[in-house]
Design a protein around this ligand. Sequence first.
Ligand SMILES: Cc1cc2nc3c(=O)[nH]c(=O)nc-3n(C[C@H](O)[C@H](O)[C@H](O)COP(=O)(O)OP(=O)(O)OC[C@H]3O[C@@H](n4cnc5c(N)ncnc54)[C@H](O)[C@@H]3O)c2cc1C
Length: 553
Amino acid sequence: MPESDDDLNLVPQPVDRDLFGEDAVLVDAVRRYGGEPHLGRLRDLGRQAGSPRALRWAEFVDANPPRLRTHDPFGRRVDEVEYHPAWHRLLQAGVRAGLTAGPWEAGADGAAHVARAAALLVWSQLETGHTGALTSSYAAVPGLRCDQALEKVWLPRLASRAYESSLRPPAEKLGSLAGVAVTERQAGTDLRTTTTVASSEPGGPVEGGETYRLTGQKWFCSSPMSDVSVVLAHTPGGLTTFLVPRVLDDATRNTWRLLRLKNKVGQRSAAAAEVELDDTWGVLLGDEGRGLRILTDIASATRLDGVVTSAGLMRAGVVRAVHHARHRQAFGSALIDKPLMQNVLADLALESEGATLLAMRLAAAVDAGESDFLRVAVPIAKYWVSKRAIAVLAEAMECLGGNGYVEEHGVARVFRDAPAASMWEGTGSINALDVLRAMSMQPRSMEVLLGEVDRGRGADQRLDSAMDEVAGFLQAAAREARRDPGAVEGGARWMVERLAVVLQAALLVRYAPAPVSSAYLATRVAGGGGALFGTLPVGRRSTQVIVDRALPG
Ligand SMILES: Cc1cc2nc3c(=O)[nH]c(=O)nc-3n(C[C@H](O)[C@H](O)[C@H](O)COP(=O)(O)OP(=O)(O)OC[C@H]3O[C@@H](n4cnc5c(N)ncnc54)[C@H](O)[C@@H]3O)c2cc1C
């Protein structure tokens, strides 16, 4: 028997890390896009996210999912969700770090979205159930732009770094959170089939505009305890968005019946509720009939967060896999020195770096107001990065061997959480189809995207050829769309995948060292890799550089 467990080839806990500072790719991206003034705060957040305390919060909220409490002990309807205290610690820390408010604050600078995206990429490595509430609060703000009166009321509340969980009139609270409730039993994608209805009833106890009564059911509301929710309903003028507060101006509770909480695969910390509205008070957001347009702005911000959190989850998986391989020995040496393990880790690290670069490029585009680029690049990135995260996490889990499959190691939880980003706010196919829609309705967006890709031209012949190929099939698709739209639709995933890979490659040739970009080009662009990870056709010198860059030893 060994003297102690310390002699037993057991991997140390990966705690007390700086999840921001040790991510060179992310730090460089923040600097590149003008985020230098935010580096200090990001380092603080990185250390907090890597602390044993925060890791315990993440474990607690997963192991203690929220509970629905429909009535008080005397039989009064309360419709509350009870969360573990760690849920509130996580939310409080996220709100304080500016994950809801940062870019919307009065003094926000020109890199505020970049700083927020970097912070979310770091913080989502902890736990992504609670980040859904942070995302919907951040994403609700662009939806308010259409309505000056409501923006005046709600922007200061959402642009606050104070978190208060209590159900009180929003005007009395230091800060608010917002949710989104649009999906119905029969309508998640095709929102035209929404059955919730709203009828005008002026003078209701809701501030900020014209009041209505809403009746219907919502099927998937991730943040049912939010102070306010964006709700979609039919009015005589067509599909319309409303702000529905949980607590009314007279301090009574709005009707917001929580029927059930869903038993989900992952993100078990979050309460995804089925909600009944019954003569529920709401205030008109924008004009009647403009609901789907307003939701588009909210969806774009939500999808961007899907890209950022997926990049964060990939990073979490890569860090855990490299950490394990560095500290675990087999057949006389550390796993990380085994050529095949190194190939697997390098392949995962490539995917993670490409995702981080793309996520941060999108955030910089938000700061710069590049709306044409975002129109098409966000659904492309959401489609690709959120799906790749699932594959990366599965492989990262295997790098830990059987331990990876055990819940208490944490990677299994991250793996379970990963698919949510691909489904929420537009599934994979819906994002792919959205790219087609952008091509036909806003052709300029595709021109801008190709211009962005072209900035990588001349660095590598493989990329140049791929760019020409992409431009060629886009032209062919535009021609074919006039003749047989169904044929183009059927090829949407293939086309969007190719666009995503070329876009990531164009960023990598500009911003990553040669071993990284070259291995990416050889496999993802030129088709020299396999279908699974660990199939890089490059030597050990390259794989070593890639792995050391991902996580310095
Ligand atoms: C973790 C999580 C959190 C969520 N949070 C919220 C929330 O807070 N608020 C909210 O309102 N909703 C929320 N949702 C719901 C989510 O937005 C919907 O589930 C999603 O939009 C899909 O709608 P659906 O489930 O009705 O699927 P459906 O619309 O039934 O679609 C089923 C499948 O058909 C595919 N499909 C649909 N149309 C086409 C087409 N034309 N061509 C090809 N394929 C097609 C879709 O891609 C999908 O794969 C959440 C979902 C998840 C998983």
